[in-house]
Design a protein around this ligand. Structure first.
Ligand code: PEP
Ligand code: MN
Length: 282
């Protein structure tokens, strides 16, 4: 093992070792194969939590028809309080698999621990949440398999720490990592977190891995999701992940930040309209 130094150490994630953008392929087989990175832009949409079979199927059908390339839905939820809804667990993953087989789009769901790995057979991309960004055992385990991993930035993590977490996955042999900026802790209290928009161009310089943005957790407020999503697109993000619920007022988690189905459809149109003007380094 090399001596600890101040040099970058994110050897495989480093743009210097791999000048071209990485393109990550998600899905395939019985669902569509979708690319993110290297000019391939995708929207991921769906509820914070899978609450019922009807809820995930209705949401998946609607967001897929409005332009989402991938469907999200949480089954194992890392909630701040142990007394709030913790997700439906394996039952939720079964409902998500059903939605997947209907809309034929790849799905992404958060994994909290290695003990659940075998339950994610019908999940096309693992999500590692902000709270688990430095769960190195989980990262290593996800590095020992081939499915893509959506790695969210910890709420107080530096970009170097985010890339070193990605390195845990890459160094085990899985090159399929997508990074997600989802807001960091700052002193403002008007929003749930503070969206670090500059992380997009900075990460693009540091690494070849795709960078997407989650404006839902970044703001915590539905009315701020569209402006921040559009800002992220303009700044050069490779994708957007938003929380969408058929009836946000009744959501069992994160209802305040969820778009309804019509609001999502409108946002997807606006994203499409500004995409040609998004910043791209020549
Ligand atoms: C989520 O995407 O549902 C989630 C829990 O996000 P984060 O890990 O960014 O808080
Ligand atoms: Mn959420």
């Amino acid at each position: 093992m090399e001596k600890e130094t101040n040099k970058r150490q994110y050897l495989l994630a480093d743009r210097k070792s791999h000048p071209q953008d990485s393109v990550i392929e998600i899905g395939g087989g019985d669902v569509e194969s979708v690319k993110i990175g290297g000019g391939n832009f995708r929207i991921i949409a769906g509820p914070c939590s899978i609450e019922s079979e009807e809820q995930i199927i209705e949401t998946a059908k609607s967001v897929a028809a409005s332009g989402a390339g991938l469907i999200r839905g949480g089954a194992y939820k890392p909630r701040t309080s142990p007394y709030t809804f913790q997700g439906l667990g394996k039952e939720g993953l079964d409902y998500l698999a059903k939605a997947r087989s209907i809309v034929k789009k790849p799905v992404v769901s958060e994994i909290l621990g290695t003990e659940h790995l075998s339950e994610y057979e019908n999940v096309d991309m693992f999500q590692v949440g902000a709270r688990n960004m430095q769960n190195y055992e989980l990262l290593r385990a996800l590095g020992r398999q081939k499915k893509p991993v959506l790695l969210k930035r910890g709420m107080s993590a530096t970009l170097r720490e985010l890339l070193l977490s990605a390195e845990y996955i890459l160094s085990e042999g899985n090159p399929n990592v997508i990074l997600c900026e989802r807001g960091i802790r700052a002193f403002g209290h008007y929003t749930r977190n503070t969206l670090d928009l500059s992380a997009i161009p900075v990460l693009k310089e540091m690494t070849h891995l795709p960078v997407i943005v989650d404006p839902s957790h970044a703001t915590g407020r539905a009315e701020l999701v569209a402006p921040m999503a559009l800002a992220a697109v303009a700044a050069g993000a490779d994708g957007i992940m938003t929380e969408v619920h058929p009836d946000p007022a009744k959501a069992l988690s994160d209802g305040m930040q969820a778009l309804n189905l019509a609001e999502f459809a409108e946002l997807a149109k606006q994203i499409e309209a500004i995409r040609p003007f998004a910043y791209r380094k020549k």
